[in-house]
Design a protein. Structure first.
Length: 66
């Protein structure tokens, strides 16, 4: 009975380790993608498109969004 309990604890530790490693790997991958997008100018393009002045001066709407 004790032997089965030890195996179960080792298996649980392995699963927890795998989940933690997957979370760390996905975080590193997300940061790398953000770095790459910033380096290529993709983030700047997204900000320029979202800015109110990108509406080509529609008048009152442009002023309200500013």
């Amino acid at each position: 009975m004790l032997r089965g309990f030890c195996r179960e604890r080792c298996a649980q530790g392995t699963v927890e380790y795998a989940i933690a490693m997957l979370a760390m790997l996905s975080t590193i991958l997300a940061l790398a993608l953000l770095w790459h997008a910033g380096e290529e100018g993709g983030l700047v393009a997204a900000v320029e498109q979202a800015a109110s002045h990108a509406l080509n001066g529609i008048g009152a709407l442009d002023i309200l969004l500013f």
